[in-house]
Design a protein around this ligand. Structure first.
Ligand code: SFD
Ligand code: AMP
Length: 623
């Protein structure tokens, strides 16, 4: 392959990623950039219309605080998030998003997103914070607004960003390659906003050979945000806080609409309701065992205990929930029939809007949700700072809310100058979901423009450094080309490892040593230490990754990104000597919650010496 042309783009603000946070950033940055005569550029590995987690659409907006109604306050939302994360939360960041998220939702509606309305014209709530939407085209609607704001000439699609460009301790842009053309991209920027989503397929998924690629979160979110920020030297936080969602088994359909809108129960195979039968267990996890709603990880944990006792499978009682809702109309046969039809439609639409494969699985297994329950199960771990996990970069809070310890100049700037983060890329501010990620993208973009205007950094670029990066990034193509003819089967070769095999090795390590599905989410100091040893060998072998084409080259780099997320995770779990989120992971050698560990676990990585520095930071309450 090759030669590879080097394309240089000079800009003021570079937005890396094209998902919810990046689209929010694009809209906000364009507004301020016009005012100050600045240039904003966006780069996405895929196509904006359907890239990222919202590719298939969504059926709910999970964060809407509804401040205008007077029913909820910002503090209510902060309390909810803090409790759900067992106390580990940056209140300033959560509050900042909560006070801005409603306006983002109103923008979505203005741009054409259909939000369900009741007879009085009010939004239909799924739960206290969630709104129902007809969201199959959610991402298309949000992307269109971003494209209109930025101008198509400022958007680069199908360019995979590998890593940051640095000027000393400042972030000075990013480098990557086109996955379709022989072009190496060098983006030189005064500020860079990272929004490349979370990480999937770090752990072995439940769906392996037969359904590989099916996961709850998108498999193409491969830890690029984490890698980019770690390599830049940014302080990271909550790397131990993975998210394990309970999902409809095998096609990973979300459960929120069932639990909240349909008010369904989940029961074990014997009909027992673990949320009722196991309330005693919650006493062990006080004070968080007694909060309402019960934290997501504890809800998981109660179900897991049933499975470990042989009471599985666990079922979502769809048939019971639909029947109960329809029964309210049972005195009027016509109204009853109409209601049943409506409920059936809502049940199917929930998945058709968001996780089409779940609807396909229902069809393939002759499942009628109004007649029979469906199996649910705890999925493999994901790294997602925007949902019920918290991993990401440690970022500055807003001046008016953050205590001095949490403020260093510009909202959402990481500890690296000029490097901003939002959505899954920023940590310790969970439960932002699609809407809050968009709002946080807007906050971060405004902060980044302020940084450019105030500091106007004059950056230096080392041409040799760029040439070296280019060589290193394309190296897997050279390795393959040099050796693939030496064996009959190009998959098996003593000179290289292909990215799929490399990913399987990573997933095996994580699954068996860091508490994946097959280890029932349990791990310990000794297991983690062994896992880290094996990861070291994998890291050595990453130098031998080989790619047959540009697509496979992307797979190579995706897996290197995943590997760094994996290492940060294992080191953080090892460091936190307690079990704080039993339904996310269980440290079998430290089986209790320890109030002394009500702290953030943060870390930095030094690339030159390949060493990690891990430490704690205090939780400072602002409410
Ligand atoms: O039901 C590179 N989410 C839900 N949010 C809601 O508000 N409501 C729901 O109903 C939600 N549910 C749900 C959700 C997600 C999924 C997959 C399902 C169901 C099935 C969560 C939100 O979607 C999520 O919180 C946000 O999308 C997070 O936003 P952000 O911007 O942090 O991530 P992204 O949207 O995935 O975008 C990532 C972008 O980065 C690009 N990218 N670009 C260049 N170079 C690289 N190396 C890159 N790596 C990645 C991607 O292409 C993408 O553009 S429910 O389950 O709760
Ligand atoms: P999910 O589909 O599981 O991602 O959930 C969507 C939203 O509903 C998230 O905000 C969850 O925290 C919330 N949620 C899901 N199940 C429950 C439950 N049983 N109790 C309270 N909130 C829930």
């Amino acid at each position: 392959m090759g030669p590879f042309e080097t394309v240089e783009i000079n800009t003021d603000l570079l937005i890396v990623g094209g998902g919810m946070a990046a689209c929010g950033a694009a809209v906000e940055a364009s507004y301020w950039a016009k005012k100050y005569g600045l240039k904003v550029t966006l780069v996405d590995k895929a196509a904006l219309d359907r890239s990222g987690a919202v590719a298939m659409g969504l059926s709910a907006i999970n964060q809407y605080v509804d401040l205008n109604s007077g029913k909820n306050t910002v503090q209510d939302y902060v309390n909810y998030v803090r409790n759900d994360l067992m106390g580990i939360t940056r209140e300033d960041l959560v509050a900042n998003i909560a006070r801005h998220v409603d306006s983002t939702v109103h923008l979505f509606e203005k741009w054409g997103l259909p939000i369900w309305k009741d007879e009085e014209g009010n939004y239909v709530h799924e739960g206290r914070w969630q709104l129902m939407i007809n969201g199959e085209s959610y991402k298309v609607v949000v992307a269109e607004a971003a494209k209109n704001a930025l101008g198509i000439e400022n958007i680069y699609e199908r360019v995979f960003i590998v890593e940051p460009l640095m000027d000393g301790d400042r972030c000075a842009g990013a480098v990557g390659f086109s996955v379709r053309e022989n072009k190496f991209y060098v983006f030189k920027a005064k500020a860079t906003l990272v929004a490349m989503g979370g990480a999937v397929h770090v752990f072995r998924p439940r769906s392996t050979g037969e359904g590989l690629g099916r996961a709850w979160y998108p498999p193409w979110n491969s830890g690029s945000s984490a890698y980019f920020t770690i390599i830049a030297g940014a302080e990271m936080t909550c790397q131990e806080v993975r998210f394990i969602p309970v999902r409809f088994k095998d096609a990973y359909g979300p459960v929120g609409a069932w639990f909240l809108l349909f008010k369904s129960r989940a029961t074990n195979a014997l009909g027992g309701d673990y949320m009722v039968e196991r309330t005693d267990e919650l006493e062990k996890w006080l004070p968080y065992g007694k909060v309402k709603p019960i934290p997501a990880n504890l809800r998981n944990w109660l179900g897991m205990l049933d499975v470990m006792e042989g009471k599985g499978p666990i079922y979502m009682r769809t048939e019971e929930a639909i029947q109960k809702l329809a029964d309210q109309y049972k005195d009027d046969p016509k109204a009853y029939k109409k209601k049943m039809k409506e409920l059936e439609e809502e049940a199917w639409e929930d998945f058709l809007d968001m996780t089409i494969s779940q609807a396909i699985l229902w069809a393939a297994t002759n499942t009628f949700p109004e007649q029979a329950p469906s199996e649910i199960a705890a999925a493999e771990p994901y790294f997602i700072g925007s949902h019920s996990g918290a991993s990401g970069a440690w970022v500055s809070g807003p001046k008016d809310l953050a205590p001095p310890e949490y403020f260093w100049g510009y909202p959402n700037m990481s500890t690296v100058k000029g490097l901003f983060c939002a959505g899954d890329a920023s940590g310790a501010s969970s439960h932002k979901f699609s809407s809050g990620s968009h709002a946080e993208g807007r906050i971060a973009a405004k902060g980044a423009i302020e940084y450019i205007v105030k500091e106007n950094p004059q950056l230096n670029y080392d041409a040799n450094q760029i040439e070296e990066l280019k060589k290193r990034i394309y190296k897997p193509l050279e390795i393959y080309e040099a050796h693939y003819k030496e064996t009959t089967d190009p998959d098996i070769n003593p000179n290289y490892i292909r990215p799929k095999m490399f990913m399987f090795r990573l997933q095996k390590i994580m699954d068996e040593y860091a508490g994946g599905v097959s280890s029932q989410f349990k791990t310990s100091k000794t297991l983690l230490e062994k896992g880290l040893q094996l990861l070291k060998f994998l890291k050595e072998d990453s130098e031998k990754l080989a790619a047959a084409d540009l697509h496979e080259l992307m797979r190579c780099w995706e897996n290197i990104h995943r590997m760094y997320q994996a290492e940060a995770h294992m080191r953080a779990i090892l460091f936190r000597e307690e079990t704080r989120w039993p339904g996310y992971y269980f440290r079998a050698d430290k089986p209790n919650l320890d109030p002394n560990w009500e702290k953030f676990v943060n870390m930095t990585y030094d690339r030159k010496t390949d060493t990690w520095n891990i430490f704690t930071r205090d939780i400072i309450h602002i409410f």
